[in-house]
Unconditional design. Structure first.
Length: 272
């Protein structure tokens, strides 16, 4: 994404990535105590809220200064930058609290919709910032589909780390354990989520094709191609989830992205 960001916003784009990468690592890797984790996330929430209220904050770490600097650059009311920051923080805050707990289908849907909003607003803020992007009910659909796929991809690894990506009501209804990956009900759950992701990718990409900025189109297609590849693997495996999806033919992936860029660019200019 940094390669495609507006020249004047590339630095801020990196700041956003660096800060959220840091707090995500703190929650997932570095902080083991639930009490400390909650205290950390509450501090970050206060820093973000105080920064938007224009308050002077003392005693910040170098990482915390990054987000205050990014927020200080936000001079537009109800901006896409603010939506990105607030919604992406909500996702990490949610992870901080849900670790080791059951989760409902309603909460999982909220999780994907909120992340989809954050990702879409991030792209449209940092790429083609001055453009008039169209509004649509399908605006965030492709990003939501990517997150649904992300949760399937990481489902088995997340269980080990204390995160459950299957609704508790579904587990109870079919009397499933989290390691019952070969059970018919488990496979049917995966199949249904893949079906939803496919539908949302189709709707979302139709929206992406209406965008006036080629760089934003390319970024969207690059982002979603990573996850559509995962869907193909899941389908090929008859919906039995793997522990790890990191292995792949990287040269082929780069070649596919290059061809995708050509295809998206051709369609973009053909409409002009």
């Amino acid at each position: 994404m940094l390669l495609l960001a507006d020249k004047g916003l590339a630095g801020n784009c990196f700041k956003g990535y660096a800060y959220f990468r840091w707090i995500d690592d703190q929650i997932d890797i570095d902080i083991h105590s639930p009490k400390t984790r909650v205290g950390f996330i509450n501090r970050q929430k206060k820093i973000i809220n105080d920064s938007y209220e224009g308050k002077v904050i003392k005693g910040l770490s170098p990482e915390e200064k990054i987000i205050t600097e990014l927020i200080s650059s936000d001079t537009v009311k109800n901006s896409k930058l603010k939506s990105f920051i607030i919604n992406f923080f909500k996702i990490i805050e949610f992870d901080a609290y849900r670790r080791g707990k059951d989760i409902t289908g309603k909460k999982l849907d909220w999780y994907s919709v909120t992340l989809g909003q954050a990702v879409t607003d991030c792209l449209q803020h940092f790429i083609g910032n001055k453009a008039q992007y169209p509004e649509s009910k399908d605006r965030c659909k492709a990003a939501i589909a990517a997150h649904i796929t992300h949760m399937l991809r990481d489902l088995r690894e997340d269980i080990v780390n204390g995160y459950v990506n299957i609704p508790i009501e579904y587990l109870k209804k079919y009397r499933l354990n989290l390691d019952d990956i070969y059970a018919d009900a488990f496979i049917n759950f995966v199949k249904e989520r893949v079906k939803v992701a496919r539908k949302y990718f189709k709707l979302g990409k139709k929206y992406i094709d209406t965008l006036p900025v080629l760089r934003c189109k390319i970024a969207g297609y690059w982002y979603h191609a990573r996850f559509e590849r995962i869907l193909k693997i899941i389908e090929r495996d008859n919906y039995i989830l793997r522990e790890d999806y990191s292995r792949g033919r990287s040269l082929d992936n780069y070649a596919n992205l290059a061809w995708l860029t050509v295809e998206v660019s051709w369609r973009h200019f053909a409409k002009k």
